[in-house]
Design a protein around this ligand. Structure first.
Ligand SMILES: Nc1nc2c(ncn2[C@@H]2O[C@H](COP(=O)(O)OP(=O)(O)O)[C@@H](O)[C@H]2O)c(=O)[nH]1
Ligand SMILES: [Mg+2]
Length: 354
């Protein structure tokens, strides 16, 4: 589960990266991909920790990489983008940061601050990068068709599919729309096409507009977050004990970076089930639609293999009844079998033959 932050130079990508991960990036270091593990804030885990007083608490995580900004209007920027492209292709989610803050001391891309234009420019680059990859692949397959081989049928099918992709991209449509069946997606999955990935758009506004600006017009984005990245990066680097006072000063309830992380988690198609006990309270990451047996396998393969049942209570039910005893008395603790589809926030105790 990986997400990559992309965007034009000086848009605030590294600052957003710091805001989400707490990890700083040296602006003078040579441009390279910076990875970090991002912890997913979860109020349910906070409540369970408060009530169970466990020895340790573990949040769900995913990997986030900061991809250096490349000015694609110049050849050096284009070469850099090519260098970083394999990492971007491996990501399952793209976080596009666009600049919407004025600061004369920080030169803006093309000397303009126009968030909408910048988003559209980044989107066009994603489309263009995919078009190039599609055209290359078609070229290779056509070469291969000239030689005798047993794989001609599969190659012809792939060309037909790629031509459909080419048409979609030429009208600036994402491949997420063009690849309609699971089989189509599987055929092309190894290419990591950029416009097939969900996009979260971060509008990086000046300090004064953090609570007033709306989302950009970005129909291909599945999530939108407005934030002032520099304030958010400051918050992320504060001692947790000092955060509430700082937030109160700013008049905000929770950091926008929390919302960004949660938006990314959701856009990745991820949900959490929870476990609790005196040793540990923990959020476990699964995909939407996973079964209880698959969830058990996240904890340990033995729990999946020997799965008997999962004692399950929805977080809201547990809170409504105060504790496990209350939830049990109210009939809210269910015995779920292997094929039960786990819901976000289910608290589970897996029983298995191990
Ligand atoms: N005023 C202001 N400056 C910002 C904001 N976000 C980033 N910056 C500054 O803009 C410059 C470029 O930011 P950086 O995160 O390095 O951009 P990147 O090139 O996209 O990684 C840095 O000096 C940041 O401190 C913001 O929200 N407001
Ligand atoms: Mg940077």
């Amino acid at each position: 589960m990986k997400a990559a932050i992309i965007g034009l130079p000086q848009s605030g990508k590294s600052t957003v990266f710091t805001a989400a991960s707490g990890k700083t990036v040296d602006p003078y270091a040579p441009a390279e991909v910076q990875p970090a593990v991002v912890r997913v804030p979860d109020a349910r885990i906070d409540w369970l920790t408060e009530h169970c007083k466990p020895k340790k608490t573990i949040l769900a995580t995913f990997e986030l990489s900061d991809i250096p900004g490349c000015d694609l209007s110049d050849p050096k920027g284009r070469a850099d983008w090519r260098k970083f492209l394999p990492t971007v292709r491996q990501a399952e989610l793209l976080v596009v940061v666009v600049r919407d803050f004025e600061d004369p001391s920080i030169p803006a891309h093309k000397n303009r601050v126009d968030a909408q234009c910048d988003f559209d420019e980044v989107w066009s680059e994603l489309v263009f990068s995919d078009l190039e990859a599609v055209a290359n692949r078609i070229g290779k397959l056509e070469q291969s068709l000239k030689k005798p081989s047993k794989t001609h049928d599969a190659e012809k099918n792939e060309i037909t599919l790629l031509q459909r992709c080419q048409e979609a991209l030429e009208s600036e449509k994402p491949l997420a729309d063009a690849l309609q069946t699971e089989a189509d997606r599987a055929t092309l999955s190894s290419f990591g096409f950029l416009t097939e990935k969900p996009v979260v758009c971060v509008r990086n506004v000046g300090d004064d507009a953090a609570t007033t600006a709306g989302p950009l017009k970005a129909e291909h984005a599945v999530g939108h977050v407005v934030m002032s990245a520099s304030i958010e990066a400051d918050i992320a680097q504060l001692d947790p004990a000092d955060r509430p006072a700082f937030l109160a000063d700013l008049g905000i309830e929770s950091p926008a970076s929390d919302r960004l992380i949660q938006t990314c988690y959701e856009a990745l198609g991820l949900i959490s089930f929870l476990t609790m006990g005196p040793d540990e309270v923990r959020a476990w990451t699964i995909r939407k639609g996973n079964t209880a047996q698959e969830a058990a396998g996240k904890i340990h393969t033995d729990l999946s293999r020997g799965f008997i049942r999962a004692e399950t209570v929805a977080y809201d039910d547990l809170v409504a009844h105060g504790d496990m005893k209350g939830a049990k008395a109210a009939g809210k603790v269910r015995k779920e079998g292997k094929t039960y589809v786990v819901a976000d926030g289910d608290i589970m105790n897996i029983l298995a033959n191990t």
